[in-house]
Design a protein around this ligand. Structure first.
Ligand SMILES: Nc1ncnc2c1ncn2[C@@H]1O[C@H](COP(=O)(O)OP(=O)(O)OP(=O)(O)O)[C@@H](O)[C@H]1O
Length: 254
């Protein structure tokens, strides 16, 4: 690791009434590193993701993305500044093909062209750039052979790959993935782990995950949350050996 983290959160807190769903959480996300966040149900993992993406405003704390304060920015602004998150299938248009879905996601990131006499030329160039972004995301996500498949007819695993591809099509530098392996069989899970390792070098990633094998294959850094609080954070091997963590989480049957 060198230079600066791409995303940096300090003392983030989110209160729902009297409940601190996220309590003074600090973390850094670095390019070419996967930061896995684990914890039992209700630990605050989804709330933390929502704070980082701007889908929820924090009660207190600060978030910087590539050195810029984004603490109270809108999700769209944060996305344009280079943060992508997956939304568990909710963004997929099931009647459209895999390619059309990725193309639409890529298009959502196309710059708006101000009026000018050479507008057609600019829009043709923008079109090409959108096409190239979509093509790269399709390849990277391992879906090239499924480009013409109707998304609604794709397998569960392929739909999860498609979600990642749609996020990649917006060309994020920071990726937040919420349980990318949820509901997958062994072969599908292995494909997703390979995909995440393939995209790691060019991205800073935070992955919320329950699958123990995947957690230890993917994690460069592991953070354990319980009741909104970080109880341990560091090298996966050290966290695995931590008795407090074992008692609070890893010893449980998840
Ligand atoms: N909008 C909300 N209003 C009130 N309480 C909420 C809200 N969202 C989450 N909570 C509460 O905040 C706590 C943390 O929830 P969160 O969903 O972030 O946990 P999680 O670690 O993602 O759990 P899971 O693994 O089940 O998804 C829980 O007690 C939950 O009931």
């Amino acid at each position: 690791m060198s230079g600066q983290p791409l995303l940096s959160a300090r003392q983030l807190t989110k209160k729902f009434g009297g409940l601190a769903a996220v309590n003074e959480v600090s973390l850094d996300l670095w390019q070419d590193r996967i930061h896995v966040v684990i914890g039992p149900n209700g630990a605050g993992k989804s709330t933390l993701t929502n704070l980082l993406s701007g889908d929820l405003p924090p009660t207190s704390g600060r978030i910087e993305l590539a050195g810029q304060d984004i603490t109270r920015a809108a999700p769209e602004q944060i996305s344009r500044h280079g943060l992508g998150r997956s939304y568990q299938k909710t963004n997929i248009f099931l009647p459209f093909t895999v390619w059309e879905n990725i193309r639409l996601a890529a298009q959502s990131r196309a710059p708006q062209q101000p009026w000018n006499p050479l507008r057609w030329l600019h829009s043709a160039q923008a079109d090409q750039a959108t096409q190239a972004r979509a093509e790269a995301a399709l390849e990277l996500a391992g879906l090239a052979e499924r480009r013409h498949a109707i998304a609604g007819a794709a397998s569960h695993g392929e739909q999860r790959q498609l979600e990642v591809a749609m996020t990649l099509a917006t060309q994020p530098r920071v990726l937040l993935l919420d349980e990318p392996l949820a509901g997958m069989g062994t072969a599908e899970a292995e494909r997703m782990v390979e995909l995440l390792l393939r995209i790691k070098p060019k991205h800073a990633m935070m992955v919320v995950e329950h699958d123990i094998d995947a957690i230890f294959t993917l994690a460069d850094h592991l953070t354990v949350m319980v009741n909104g609080t970080v109880i341990a954070s560091g090298e996966p091997a050290a966290i695995r050996a931590d008795r407090g963590v074992q008692a609070a989480y890893l010893g449980e049957d998840h």
